[in-house]
Write a protein that binds this ligand. Structure first.
Ligand code: FMN
Length: 338
């Protein structure tokens, strides 16, 4: 008889977060400076189960920061979409969630994983994991004001001596969280290897809500391995999608049938998607801001082209969409010359 792995079994039954039925098993990670509306729309087009916004400061929202408010704009081309908020005060977080709800998100996500000292020094992000009771109080306060599922993104713990992901996940579930994402590294590790998939498995075994595995998933094969290893419902992918939104369709195709060959885009297709991605950013935030951010984002689209280092150098100097078209032309010439 044919063996069906945990990942394949779940691929057949659609995963739900609250009452939201998801189209696939790979979620776009929240990434400040990356997962803006333009990128989320692109990733949904490539089959992401859902996308999560860049983190938004609850404190800044309480001061009516226009910049923070603009990060929460959600369009109908990116559903389902989560807005992520961060902070350390339950009431301020509830207020931020109410403001976020004005944008009609499908999910509100709470950041308990950011390792940046600037965020942790005020007790927010992964510093919250040092105080599990406060984690529960924040989830409870946010759930009270939201009529959409509230999810939580945690790490393994603050450090190896206090790896309390299981405890925090249970408290968040009891407080009303509808799903838990676990990045399998401690805060002290930042982004250094290894990712602890065993602790993610332990979280999955300890709670009844869907669990989303995160950390270093960079291919369809590794997505399936992590789903099988942890028993999780979904994977979350971040850095590996940069310049490669095809990863979402590859993961879906591979989970459906690991025996079929995967589709890999040509260099021309990649560069076309680069133009589509950055043009949407220009449309939503204006050419100046978009091109400053694009300087870093386009590097991913050059992976695999000989002379990518020089193209990345040139990308550091682009300031108009016209410059980007010229860069695309250079990249094509470079690829043809090889
Ligand atoms: C540039 C960048 C920005 C990030 N911003 C956020 C954020 O705003 N909120 C958050 O919860 N995690 C943030 N993260 C962490 C990612 O969501 C994810 O947990 C981490 O990159 C590990 O997943 P990966 O190995 O698939 O990239 C960020 C990561 C990167 C690389």
């Amino acid at each position: 008889m044919m063996n069906i792995t945990a990942a394949e079994g779940k691929a057949m039954n659609k995963v739900k977060i609250g009452n939201i039925e998801l189209r696939s098993r790979a979620v776009l990670a929240p990434m400040a400076g990356v997962s803006d509306r333009a990128y989320r729309e692109l990733c949904v087009k490539f089959g992401a189960a859902y996308c999560v916004s860049e983190m938004v400061s609850s404190k800044a929202l309480s001061f009516n920061s226009k910049k923070s408010e603009s990060l929460m704009e959600v369009s109908d081309f990116e559903r389902p979409c989560g807005i992520q908020i961060f902070g350390d005060d339950p009431e301020c977080m509830a207020y931020a969630a109410e403001k976020a709800m004005l944008n009609n998100p499908d999910i509100i996500d709470i950041n308990m994983g950011c390792p940046a000292p600037k965020i942790n020094s005020s007790g927010s992000g992964s510093a919250l994991m040092k105080n599990p009771k406060l984690c529960g109080d924040i989830v409870q306060a946010v759930v009270r004001v939201c009529d959409v599922p509230v999810t939580v993104k945690i790490r393994k713990g603050w450090d190896d001596f206090s790896a309390n992901a299981v405890e925090v996940a249970k408290i968040c579930e009891q407080a009303g969280a509808s799903a838990i994402t676990v990045h399998g590294r401690t805060r002290m590790q930042y982004y250094k290897p290894p990712v602890d998939y065993d602790i993610i498995k332990k979280v999955k075994e300890a709670v009844g809500v869907p669990v989303i595995a995160n950390g270093d998933i960079d291919s369809a094969v590794s997505a399936k391995e992590v789903l099988d290893k942890t028993g999780c419902d979904l994977v979350m992918v971040g850095r590996a999608t940069l310049g490669n939104p095809w990863l979402f369709s590859q993961i879906s195709a591979y989970l459906d049938n690991p025996d079929l060959p995967l589709y890999y885009p040509t260099i021309e297709e990649k560069l076309d998607i680069m133009i589509e991605h950055i043009s949407a950013m220009v449309k939503y935030k204006g050419e100046h801001m978009a091109m400053l951010q694009a300087r870093k984002l386009v590097a991913g689209y050059f992976k695999g082209i000989r002379g990518a280092a020089e193209l990345r150098n040139q990308a550091g100097r682009i300031s108009t969409l016209k410059d980007l078209y010229a860069l695309r032309q250079n990249a094509l010439l470079q690829a043809e010359a090889c």
